[in-house]
Design a protein around this ligand. Structure first.
Ligand SMILES: C[S@@+](CC[C@H](N)C(=O)[O-])C[C@H]1O[C@@H](n2cnc3c(N)ncnc32)[C@H](O)[C@@H]1O
Length: 254
C-alpha cells in the first residue's frame, strides 16, 4: 500500500531528475528490491552474454517476467527477427508491460490466470498451467527469481513445461535457493520453516512462497525427472559460493 501511494511522487521525481521512465515503484517492488530493478536485470543480461546464450534471432520466454525488468536488455540484443514472450500471474505487471512496450511487435506479454499469492486468489492450480508457447519453440527460457517462489508441485510442473518448450541444444536459465542438508543449521537461520516434504524450507511461516529453498539433491532430481540436464551452476546462495549474490543460477539443457 505504501509503495503504491508513493509511486506517483517517485515517478514525478524521476522525471524531474531527467531519469528514464521505469515501471511505477509498486510494480518494481513486486518484482524484488526496487533499487535493484535495473541493475539486477543488467547483471542477468551480462550473465547470459558471458555464456553466449542470446542471439538476435532468438525466441525468448521469460517465465514470471514481472514488470519487464529484462525487456530493455532483450530489446538491445534481439534483432528484427527475434521474439520475446513474458508471462506472469501478476496482472497489473503484465498490463503495464503491454502498454509500455506496445510499439515493439517483437514483445508479447501474457497473464498466467492461475491461483497464486502473487496474482489472483482463485483459479486453476499453477500445476495445470500450460506455458503459452508451442513445443520446442524457445531458444532461451529464463526464470529469474521465480523458482524461489514455487513449492515443489508447481516447481516440478514448471520444469516439465520448460522441457516441453525448450528447443534441443538451447538453454534455460533459472535461479533458486539451493542448500546441502548438512548445512541445515546455517540455512535454518534464513529459512526457518519446513513441512512441504523432502526438506524444502521457507522463510515466512504465513506465506511459504515468499522465499523457498530446496535441498540441492532434490532440486537436481526434479530437473532430471522433467527430462532436463543441469549443465552448469553458478553458486550464489549454495554454501561454498565464492560470491554471495543471493541466489544460485542454473543453466539447463534438454
Ligand atoms: C521476484 S519476482 C521476479 C520478476 C522478474 N523475473 C524479475 O527478475 O524482475 C517473481 C515474479 O514471479 C511471479 N510469479 C510468482 N508465481 C508465479 C507463477 N506460478 N507463475 C508465473 N509467475 C509467477 C511474481 O508475480 C513475480 O512477478
Amino acid at each position: 500500500m505504501a509503495y503504491r501511494a508513493a509511486s506517483p511522487v517517485e515517478s514525478a521525481f524521476r522525471s524531474l531528475a531527467g531519469k528514464p521512465a521505469l515501471p511505477p515503484l509498486w510494480l518494481r517492488r513486486h518484482a524484488g528490491p526496487a533499487s535493484r530493478f535495473e541493475s539486477a536485470a543488467r547483471d542477468a543480461a551480462a550473465f547470459l552474454d558471458g555464456l553466449g546464450l542470446v542471439a538476435p534471432d532468438h525466441g525468448v520466454l521469460d517465465v514470471g517476467c514481472g514488470a519487464g525488468a529484462l525487456v530493455p536488455e532483450f530489446k538491445r540484443r534481439l534483432g528484427p527477427e527475434g521474439r520475446y514472450l513474458g508471462f506472469d500471474v501478476h496482472a497489473p505487471s503484465i498490463l503495464w508491460c503491454r502498454a509500455a512496450f506496445a510499439s515493439d511487435p517483437r514483445f508479447r506479454f501474457e497473464i498466467a490466470a492461475v491461483a497464486s499469492p502473487y496474482g489472483r486468489a482463485a483459479g486453476p492450480s499453477a500445476r495445470t498451467y500450460r506455458f503459452p508457447v508451442e513445443d520446442a519453440a524457445c531458444d532461451l527460457v529464463i526464470a529469474k527469481s521465480v523458482f524461489t517462489h514455487l513449492l515443489p508441485g508447481d516447481a516440478a510442473h514448471y520444469l516439465a513445461e520448460i522441457r516441453r518448450v525448450l528447443r534441443p541444444g538451447k538453454a534455460a536459465v533459472l535461479t533458486a535457493f539451493l542448500f546441502e542438508p548438512e548445512r541445515l543449521e546455517a540455512v535454518a537461520k534464513t529459512f526457518p520453516f519446513d513441512g512441504a516434504g523432502e526438506g524444502v524450507r521457507w522463510r515466512r511461516k504465513s506465506r511459504p512462497t515468499a522465499a523457498v529453498a530446496y535441498p540441492r539433491a532434490l532440486f537436481e532430481r526434479m530437473i532430471a525427472d522433467a527430462g532436463l540436464r543441469l549443465q552448469w551452476m553458478s553458486a550464489g546462495y549454495h554454501p561454498g559460493a565464492e560470491r554471495l549474490t543471493g541466489q544460485d543460477t542454473l543453466v539447463l539443457g534438454v
